[in-house]
Design a protein around this ligand. Structure first.
Ligand SMILES: CC(C)(COP(=O)(O)OP(=O)(O)OC[C@H]1O[C@@H](n2cnc3c(N)ncnc32)[C@H](O)[C@@H]1OP(=O)(O)O)[C@@H](O)C(=O)NCCC(=O)NCCS
Length: 172
């Protein structure tokens, strides 16, 4: 049985393990100067949860946390952050279920940032109704809504959901 629920403090270790397990796919794919291990240090996760305002949701299968996804309210938009499914559980629909669940928690346009080289993640979001924003706009969005180094801006893409795309359409 799969349950999706907001994370609690007791999930911290499981969330950290899933992120650092699933992010191994970035090794040798993202620019080498951006790879570090662990990919998500515990202090960074603590910061994201307690001061960064990222609300984490977990997907539990048979009592075990198998996936995690965060949602960060940024005023006029909401960001999906830190989307990871345990490597042994990937491609079985759990990421899609988690995404649908976190999307249901906001009526704001949703943006997602990921590595330009993470073609599987881009594919995953496109299949779920997201559209890549053009290069000029993505730089502007990454600077405005994310706190990431310039080098990461250069090597990232941004996708927006249908509500985001509609909000960009010129009004007559
Ligand atoms: C991206 C991720 C969260 C998706 O969760 P998931 O449970 O695997 O996704 P779903 O099963 O709902 O959807 C699967 C679809 O996503 C894409 N996809 C996911 N993993 C993929 C992979 N390793 N290779 C190619 N496509 C992949 C494909 O379109 C796939 O459909 P297919 O299996 O029919 O080809 C998960 O694969 C993951 O944690 N990946 C590693 C970390 C990552 O890239 N996170 C995204 C950060 S923004």
């Amino acid at each position: 049985m799969t349950i999706i629920r907001q994370s609690v403090e007791a999930d911290f270790a499981a969330i950290l393990t899933i992120i650092n397990d699933a992010s191994q796919v970035y090794r040798d794919v993202i620019p080498t100067d951006r790879w570090h291990e662990p990919y998500m240090p515990a202090e960074e996760l603590t910061r994201e949860m307690h001061t960064g305002g990222v609300v984490f949701w977990v997907a539990e299968e048979d009592g075990q946390v198998r996936g995690v996804m965060g949602m960060q309210d940024k005023g006029d938009v909401a960001l999906v952050r830190h989307a990871y499914v345990a490597s042994s559980t990937q491609r079985s629909g759990l990421g899609t279920r988690l995404l649908r669940h976190v999307e249901g928690g906001t009526d704001k346009p949703i943006l997602i940032g990921t590595w330009a080289a993470a073609s599987w993640a881009i594919d995953f979001y496109r299949r779920n109704g997201y559209t890549l924003v053009d290069d000029d706009q993505k730089d502007r969005l990454l600077r405005r809504y994310w706190s990431i180094p310039v080098r990461q801006i250069e090597t990232s893409v941004v996708l927006g959901n249908a509500r985001w795309v509609r909000a960009q359409a010129p009004t007559r």
